[in-house]
Ligand binder design. Structure first.
Ligand code: GLC
Length: 477
């Protein structure tokens, strides 16, 4: 039997373009699925993507898509990378920008049109290339299920994955006609959201299946606290909502075989050389002190407020703290200030995959004080690299990190330090536990050994997506 064709659409895919975890998922999940399905991945060909490096070549002639009353010229490109086939959508409006979605503090004003173009091109691909399933991710692909419904294209089933409900793609109602969407969809049951257009709501309304990236987050988003205003709507559609936990690409994140590291390793002893090298590179002293790292976006979601307020107290302990990521300038300024006040805090702005790998290898603990966390991948990477995660008990962190107090070597999960409430006291208490655990070498080593030996790959979760695809295909018969 020939493999079923799947189009996997995302606005960012590692290694081509990445601002967050979506890119890692869009890189690794299609690879895992490609064993069972004929998967193609489609994304925009942003200006920042190096066409030569990945041998990205044009496919066919340029063509026009019509959206609203305008025509936009599209050139498709393609390449094969790591055994997966990629399609890239090039349109100057969508691609010729400095950032993917906008500068750190805001989105570009014409994002509705930019990603509208992306969605209409996906529709064209679905219409012409006979895909059985479109797997769509986040708001940037949210209009596809609605457009398929509007055009009565029923041979393609849709599965829509929410990676982060906080970013919904909301825009002024006046853009409806420029997006070529009929007024009749602008209702409570459709894509209307407090008088605005909402791309994510459109997908929840019209996709055949809606998933999110952990079972706990799937439950949380149906509550007022985490629902970002869509909790009621998600409850209405709960029969088609399911949580599937993310994995990581265990080849890419493998301390045993990682060219970014100065020394590969497979046990805790091997971390030491990486730690001293890294500390030296950022001029922090004390290889025997525990090193806490934060890697990720400096945003509200990631608990920046909480961390910034607690940092002076943490810095008063016998430890080092290193932070690396991109994010909002208000947080960067405060962190910069703190790092100049405390000799044991190092702070950097930027994104560099290799440096992030070196930090995981050097770290004793990974800080994840997220206020909400759909899944989180950093805790899984930390497990693999032998850094113990210190996490707020929320979202995917609940599903992936088990309490070290209840350490059980037969568990298939990794263990870490969990704090219940996003308060300074609770976080600081967790840091205290981390310091204690670090002293208790026997226990600490046993936990690291256990964490490093577990399986965080996509093997199980890609099977779960595979079963969802199969049941959609069954329904369609
Ligand atoms: C988003 C979420 C994160 C998740 C990632 C991939 O970045 O914030 O929790 O792991 O998407 O699904």
């Amino acid at each position: 039997m020939s493999k079923q064709r799947i189009l996997f659409a995302a606005s960012e895919v590692y290694p081509f373009a990445k601002t967050g975890g979506l890119a890692d998922v869009a890189h690794a999940l299609p690879r895992a699925l490609a064993q069972t399905f004929d998967v193609q991945v489609v994304m925009p060909l942003y200006r920042s993507i190096n066409r030569q490096e990945y041998a990205i070549e044009p496919i066919g002639e340029a063509f026009d898509i019509s959206m609203g009353n305008s025509f936009y010229t599209i050139q498709l490109f393609g390449c094969i990378h790591g055994g997966v086939e990629y399609r890239f959508v090039y349109s100057p409006l969508l691609c010729e920008r400095e950032f993917l979605y906008g500068p750190p503090d805001a989105g570009y004003e014409d994002n509705a049109i930019r990603f509208g173009i992306f969605n209409y091109t996906i529709i064209t691909l679905l219409e012409t290339e006979n895909y059985a399933i479109a797997h769509l991710n986040d708001w940037q692909c949210g209009l596809v299920p609605l457009l398929l419904q509007d055009r009565s294209i029923i041979q393609t089933k849709t599965i829509y994955t929410i990676h982060n409900l906080a970013y919904q793609g909301t825009f002024e109602q006046t853009l409806l006609s420029a997006l070529g969407i009929n007024e009749s969809y602008f209702t409570m049951e459709g894509l209307e959201f407090y008088g605005q257009i909402n791309f994510m709501k459109a997908a929840i309304a019209y996709a055949n299946t809606v998933t999110t990236v952990s079972p706990t987050y799937a439950r949380e988003i149906m509550t007022k606290e985490f629902g970002c205003g869509l909790e009621g709507f998600l409850n209405i559609h709960r029969h088609k909502l399911i949580g599937v936990i993310n994995g990581i690409d265990t080849q890419h994140f493998s301390p045993e075989n990682d060219s970014a590291l100065i020394a590969s390793y497979s046990d805790i002893k091997g971390k030491r050389a990486n730690k001293s090298d890294y500390l030296k590179s950022i001029a922090l002293k004390g290889v025997n002190k525990p090193l806490f790292v934060f890697i990720g976006r400096y945003t509200w979601q990631k608990g920046m407020e909480l961390l910034i307020n607690t940092l002076p107290k943490i810095a008063s302990l016998e430890c080092n703290i290193a932070m690396f990521g991109d994010g909002e300038s208000q947080y960067c300024e405060k962190l910069q200030e703190l790092s100049s006040m405390y000799i044991n805090i190092h702070f950097d702005v930027g994104y560099d995959e290799s440096r992030a790998h070196r930090m995981y290898a050097a770290a004793d603990f990974l800080l994840m004080p997220s206020l909400f966390e759909p899944c989180g991948l950093n805790q899984l990477i930390a497990f693999s690299y032998g850094a113990v995660p210190v996490v707020h008990h929320v979202g995917g962190l609940v599903d992936t990190v088990k309490r070290f107090e209840k350490f059980d070597p037969s568990s298939k999960n990794g263990f870490g330090i969990i704090f219940e409430r996003p308060t300074q006291r609770s976080l600081f208490n967790a840091i205290g536990k981390a310091m204690g655990l670090y002293e208790d070498k026997h226990r600490y080593n046993a936990i690291i050994k256990h964490n490093m030996s577990r399986d965080y790959s996509w093997t199980e979760s890609s099977k779960a997506y595979g079963s969802l695809y199969m049941s959609l295909l069954e329904e369609g018969k």
